[in-house]
Every structure is written in structure tokens, then in C-alpha cells.
Design a protein around this ligand. Structure first.
Ligand SMILES: Cc1cc2nc3c(=O)[nH]c(=O)nc-3n(C[C@H](O)[C@H](O)[C@H](O)COP(=O)(O)O)c2cc1C
Length: 368
């Protein structure tokens, strides 16, 4: 019997199966004007089709808590009510299909103000004539890559403002109909920049020791948890390693799997229900041993050593592979990214292959 199609209970929420969609930026919202950051037809069909395909839970792409927090000018945002209205159309459709709607709340920090990937993805000048860019912020005034614009170091007042923005975003996410909020602490974006000593060189209470570097993450979690209903789950995405130490750098210079286990214990105590375990993204030109399921061992460690539920992600592309990860107790669920871009009905097809069940729309009943 397949376990991938067993329901999964988190607080009072039941997710219908264990095959979920990873957050994936579409860089397809208006970059200017009243509809800046507002989900449009592209977003609707993108998420609606994966729900029709039986995906148990969909994590909407990195959605910026403030205009400065966008990766690109075309990112989704969740800092105003117009954005909420458009998201409600998506969550309504997902609910009708029985798919749980989640949203990833994000601030890009020093990796903000970049172009869409298909235009090269490079940094956008903040002050160039006609440029779409804006000044970036970070824990410390260090660029992501040599030659990138220098971010401004956040003051403690500005850090408090970011924390409030995450809480406001969570409030709006609830109003938009989401049942899962995920805080984006991974891939070298703002919260991840605070976690790693490679990008955080602060000497105040937000830098230096492990306790200080995780302070922003915990403050965001507390602020979001305070507005997010008790009966709904909160996720956190982390890069379990920035792959610096694994590549021979001094262990004090990077964020490691051990740090992640320690952080996971804290997150659990602060009301996080599930850790979404990714890796990398903090520093450019890092050697990563990419291969099928290469990040699963990091998820498994957190599940075993910190006793926190986990979702595994990264090159999970095959139903039997996904089934084995969950059946072997290495993760509670799997998140699929690119495979779901290629195959929107992957989950329905996997159910057919493994003998599980997902609801098929009655309109498509003749094609069973
Ligand atoms: C087009 C694209 C956009 C992505 N955007 C995000 C994002 O918004 N937030 C995030 O945490 N990860 C993002 N990722 C990473 C994915 O969530 C996922 O972790 C990664 O693609 C590895 O999984 P996969 O091998 O199944 O694709 C993105 C990946 C892709 C391919």
C-alpha cells in the first residue's frame, strides 16, 4: 500500500496527500502601477492546473512582505489589499479542488532588485535613469557577488519594521484564504543572510553568536505565530547548509547541518510545525553535489534529531522515489518543483502508478 496518498494532519488541518508543490517564483506580476505584485491570469492557471492534477498542498511562490523585499520587480507581493483580493481567487479554486493553499512569505534582502531570470537575472541599478531597481538592505554591507550593488546595513529599528511586515503579511495571507504560512528563511534571502556568519558580520544582538544570528528568524516566527491561528500550521524553509563548510571553509564561516538541527529545535519550541529543508543560495559559485534527492539527508536529520516534521525537496522526480522517502520515514512529505512544471498532473499519474487515490474532477470522469 502506498503511503504517499495517506492524509497528513497538521494541527486541525488535514492535507489530503504527501505530494506537495514547492514554492516557485513566476516573475509574472506587474512591476509598476496599481497592480504591482498582484497575481494575474498566469498565476491563476499555474496554480489551478496543479490543484486539478491532485497536488495535496501548494506553496505559492516567494511573495514579498514589502516592495523592497521583492527579488525582481515582477514578484508577487502581499503588502496591500489589492494583492489579497487577487490571491483569494487562487485560494478559492484550490479549496474547491481539495488542495491546501500555502504561501511563502519572503524578503530578499541583499538579493532583491534583480531582473527576471530570462533577462539574465542580474542586479538592477537603483538609481539608473529608467531603471526598475531599488536600494537593497542586509544584515551587513556585503554584496552577494563581487561587483553587485552594496546593500545598506539594517538598523535595529528597520529590523523591527521587517518583523512587523512579516506579521502584517501573515494577517493578509489569512484574509486571502491561505491555510499554511511558510516563512522563507532559505536560499540566502534576508532571514538566511542573518543565519550565516558568511553574510552576517554584525556586532549587535543580531550578529556574532548562533543565538544572535537566529534572533531575526525567531522574532519573525513569534510575530507571525501571534497573528496566525492556533489551529493552522506554520512552516519555515531553511537552507540546511550554505555548502561553504562542506567545501572546506572554516566551520565558523558558514551555516551547517548541525546549525540547522539546533535551529529546528528552537523553531519547534516557537510554534513552527514543519521545516521545509532546502540548501544553498547564500553564496555564488559554491560547489553543490547535486543529484536525485540530494537534500533528503538534511531533512531526515532534522526529523530524527530535532523531532520536527519535515518536507524534503530537491530533485524528487519519480513516484517510486517519492514513495520511498516517505515510507522510510525520512520525511513527512515531499515537495516537487521542476517536475510539477513539466508535469502538472504528476500527482494523479503517481497515484495511478502506486495504487493511491486522488480526486479527479467530475468534468474529466470520462477520461478515468
Ligand atoms: C522557477 C523556479 C522558481 C523558484 N522559486 C522559489 C521560490 O520562490 N522560493 C523558494 O523557496 N524556492 C524557489 N525555488 C526552488 C524550489 O522551490 C525547489 O526547492 C528547487 O527547485 C528544487 O526542487 P526541484 O528539484 O523539485 O525543482 C524555485 C525553483 C524554480 C525552478
Amino acid at each position: 500500500m502506498s503511503v504517499l496518498f495517506d492524509p497528513y494532519v497538521l494541527r486541525s488541518l488535514t492535507v489530503p496527500n504527501r505530494v506537495w508543490m514547492a514554492p516557485m517564483c513566476q516573475y509574472s506580476a506587474d512591476a509598476h502601477g496599481p497592480d504591482t505584485g498582484v497575481a494575474g491570469d498566469w498565476h491563476f492557471q499555474h496554480y489551478a492546473s496543479r490543484a486539478t492534477g491532485g497536488t495535496g498542498l501548494i506553496l505559492l511562490e516567494a511573495t514579498a512582505v514589502s516592495p523592497e523585499g521583492r527579488i525582481s520587480p515582477a514578484d508577487l507581493g502581499i503588502w496591500n489589499d489589492r494583492q489579497v483580493e487577487a490571491l483569494r481567487r487562487i485560494t478559492g479554486f484550490l479549496a474547491d479542488r481539495g488542495t491546501v493553499a500555502g504561501i511563502q512569505l519572503a524578503h530578499a534582502g541583499r538579493k532583491a532588485s534583480t531582473d527576471r531570470p530570462w533577462r539574465g537575472g542580474g542586479p538592477l541599478e537603483a538609481d539608473g535613469a529608467g531603471s526598475e531597481g531599488w536600494p537593497t538592505v542586509a544584515p551587513s554591507p556585503l554584496p552577494f557577488a563581487d561587483g553587485d550593488p552594496l546593500p545598506a546595513e539594517l538598523t535595529t529599528e528597520q529590523i523591527a519594521e521587517v518583523v512587523r511586515q512579516f506579521a502584517d503579511a501573515a494577517r493578509r495571507a489569512l484574509a486571502a484564504g491561505f491555510q499554511v504560512a511558510e516563512i522563507h528563511g532559505a536560499h540566502g534571502y534576508l532571514i538566511g543572510q542573518f543565519l550565516s556568519p558568511h553574510s552576517n558580520r554584525r556586532t549587535d544582538e543580531y550578529g556574532g553568536s548562533f543565538e544572535n544570528r537566529i534572533r531575526l528568524a525567531l522574532e519573525v516566527v513569534d510575530a507571525v505565530r501571534a497573528v496566525w491561528p492556533e489551529d493552522l500550521p506554520l512552516f519555515f524553509r531553511v537552507s540546511a547548509t550554505d555548502w561553504l563548510t562542506e567545501n572546506g571553509a572554516d566551520e565558523r564561516t558558514g551555516w551547517t547541518g548541525d546549525d540547522t538541527v539546533r535551529l529546528a529545535r528552537e523553531l519547534r519550541a516557537h510554534g513552527v510545525d514543519l521545516l521545509d529543508v532546502s540548501t544553498g543560495g547564500l553564496a555564488p559559485d559554491v560547489d553543490i553535489p547535486v543529484g536525485p534527492g540530494y537534500q533528503v539527508p538534511f531533512a531526515e536529520r532534522v526529523r530524527t534529531e530535532a523531532g520536527l516534521a519535515v518536507a524534503a525537496v530537491g530533485l524528487i522526480t519519480d513516484p517510486v522515489q517519492a514513495e520511498k522517502i516517505v515510507a522510510d520515514g525520512r520525511a513527512d512529505a515531499v515537495l516537487l518543483g521542476r517536475e510539477l512544471l513539466r508535469t502538472p498532473y504528476f500527482v494523479r499519474d503517481a497515484a495511478r502508478e502506486l495504487g493511491g487515490e486522488v480526486p479527479v474532477p467530475q468534468q474529466y470522469g470520462r477520461a478515468l
